[in-house]
Design a protein around this ligand. Structure first.
Ligand code: GTP
Ligand code: MG
Length: 554
């Protein structure tokens, strides 16, 4: 008899299908995707570099402080970042360590760039919150923490800069509980502080880790490990430091939180690690502790339905776009977070914005501004897609068109300016550069109604965004620009279904103007809050919204 036994065929198929599910599940369990967040200057980029050093992804850490010698960090690769010494744009770094595939995202701390940071928070499964131990919780850290809490993202805390005079560690723990309302469990404890900062005591293994400083913290810090009463350890500590540490540890044992994995995963309790990123103290313990206790990718909720990462249908969403990352390839990368199924290079997917099928042939894994072709990716991975001008921030790519993620938050701009092109010969560069930067979401744009001005009105969450636009136009597109501040400080969205005639009929306060956002939704620009309130009083039938309206085009 020719042909296969029909009863065997489904069984064999089933084995293959089950095998592929098992292999996806195995890949998912290896993924750790997290962001580093905090107030500016707490040491996120420095810590990122050191995690790369300890994770074996770089041999020598470039120090942010060594800017003078032109040593760039892997994470702050942009021209303006190197010049200013601050992070302006988030960076994705993917590397393998200890059986894990890590997707690490360094974020900018400055509030003017918080749109970028907030978008990154939609793409991660956990965060490391860095706190300057000399300062405690600063305003921007608190804001970012609130966003993580709303999203239920597990938070791990790194108390950095213990090599400088720091606040009482018990007080720092107390502050986490008091100011952020989160339970805090110190996983390790600082031994000495400032110049006398020697290392940390690991409460889970009851071992002291005493470190030595290396020049510029470029190499891993030599460490000696032993129990509290181990003579080699004891011999390295003066009586005051030793007694203080032992007493504080006893206090923690009697009055402190207990470790609770469930509370950590629910974002209700944070494991706390002490150390110094620039000196490499406590970095290995943070990395290993984080990997052990942080979650692998979880199901995503979309329109009330859970999409499990094990779902065989591929899906993911674009949370960031960046052009000109590599001067050798002047192109644009869309960063996608894979949420379910398996990504395979050359696969054809449904693109939510255009509702068209697209083939994903140019896919990359990313390491700062370096990239490498990637053939497959799994939930948790962040990969870069090149060559799709129609992709925008927030778009879903999937093999199942029923999946549509609506993850990306929108922000209300508070600063407005016109951007002019002073050099008509460079009009093409100016226009192309501006269009690309707008597509990246570097800044928002509004178009004044009934206006002869052709360039958009730029709308920023913070004024540093203007500087970035001007700098990048010049350095990446060779186009000068002139900024002219605009008289408005408040923007409010009108109902999306309002008719053009109704817009004419609105009673606008002096100086107010109607404009459209990038999705063609009407807005009103006001000179101040007072003027906006007056509008509400005089146009009772026209409610205003402070948050941008989300439409299908967004
Ligand atoms: N003394 C000391 N300085 C540190 C430590 N970690 C970082 N710094 C310094 O703090 C400054 C800011 O560090 P960054 O890593 O750039 O801070 P950031 O949080 O990335 O800053 P933004 O991205 O601009 O928000 C730099 O001068 C670092 O060298 C530390 O453990 N000890
Ligand atoms: Mg930084």
């Amino acid at each position: 008899m020719s042909g296969a036994n029909p009863e065997l065929v489904p069984a064999r198929c089933f084995v293959t299908f089950r095998d592929s599910i098992v292999s996806i599940a195995k890949e998912i369990s290896k993924r750790r995707t997290f962001a580093i967040i905090s107030h500016p200057d707490a040491g996120k980029t420095t810590l990122t570099e050191k995690l790369l050093l300890y994770g074996g992804a770089v041999q020598l850490a470039g120090s942010v402080t060594a800017r003078k010698n032109q040593r760039a960090t892997t994470s702050d690769w942009m021209e303006l970042e190197k010049k200013r010494g601050i992070s302006i744009s988030s960076t994705v770094l993917q590397f393998d360590y200890d059986g894990y595939r890590i997707n690490l995202l360094d974020t900018p701390g400055h509030k003017d760039f918080s749109e970028d940071t907030y978008r990154v928070l939609t793409a991660v499964d956990a965060v490391v919150m860095v706190i300057d131990a000399g300062k405690g919780i600063e305003p921007q850290t608190k804001k970012l923490f609130e966003v993580c809490r709303q999203r239920g993202v597990p938070i791990f805390t790194f108390m950095n800069k213990c090599d400088r005079p720091m606040r009482d560690p018990l007080e720092l723990i107390d502050e986490l509980e008091r100011v952020l309302g989160i339970g805090a469990f110190p996983v390790n404890w600082p031994v000495g502080d400032g110049f006398d900062f020697r290392g940390v005591f690991d409460r889970q293994t009851s071992q002291m880790h005493l470190f030595e400083r290396t020049v510029g913290g470029k190499y891993r810090a030599p460490v000696s490990v032993g129990g509290v009463n181990d003579p080699t350890v004891r011999g390295q500590l003066d009586d005051h430091t030793f007694n203080k540490t032992v007493e504080e540890l006893q206090m923690l044992e009697t009055a402190g939180e207990v470790w609770d994995d469930t509370a950590v995963l629910a974002g209700q309790s944070t494991p706390v690690f002490f150390g110094s990123a620039s000196n490499n103290f406590g970095v290995q313990l943070l990395l290993d502790g984080f990997l052990k206790h942080s979650p692998a990718p979880k199901p995503r909720v979309m329109a009330g339905i859970e999409v499990s990462p094990e779902n065989p249908e591929f899906s993911g969403f674009i949370f960031k776009i960046q052009a000109n990352m590599d001067p050798k390839h002047r192109d644009r990368i869309a960063f996608i977070r894979v949420c379910s199924g398996k990504f395979e290079r050359d696969m054809t997917v449904h693109h939510s914005r255009s509702e068209k099928k697209v083939r994903l042939s140019s896919s990359h894994k990313l390491f700062g501004n370096e990239r490498e072709t990637v053939d497959e990716a799994y939930p948790g991975d962040v990969i870069g897609l090149v060559g799709h001008d129609s992709f925008g921030i927030g778009d879903t790519l999937t093999t199942d068109p029923k999946i549509l993620y609506k993850e990306i938050p929108r922000f209300t701009p508070e600063a407005f300016a016109h951007l002019h092109n002073p050099n008509t010969a460079k009009f093409k560069q100016f226009r192309q550069g501006l269009d690309q930067l707008l597509q990246e979401g570097v800044i928002q744009a509004l178009y004044l109604r009934n206006s002869s001005i052709k360039t958009p009105l730029l709308a920023a969450v913070g004024p540093l965004q203007f500087e970035v636009v001007q700098y990048r136009l010049e350095s990446e597109y060779g186009a000068e620009s002139r900024l002219e501040s605009a008289p408005w400080t408040v923007v409010r969205w009108l109902p999306t279904d309002i008719k053009e005639d109704d817009l004419d009929a609105l009673s606008l306060p002096t100086g107010a103007r109607i404009a459209y956002d990038i999705g063609k939704n009407p807005v009103v620009l006001f000179q101040n809050d007072w003027s906006a309130n007056y509008f509400v009083e005089t146009n009772k039938n026209c409610p205003l919204s402070a948050l941008p309206v989300q439409t299908a085009r967004d």
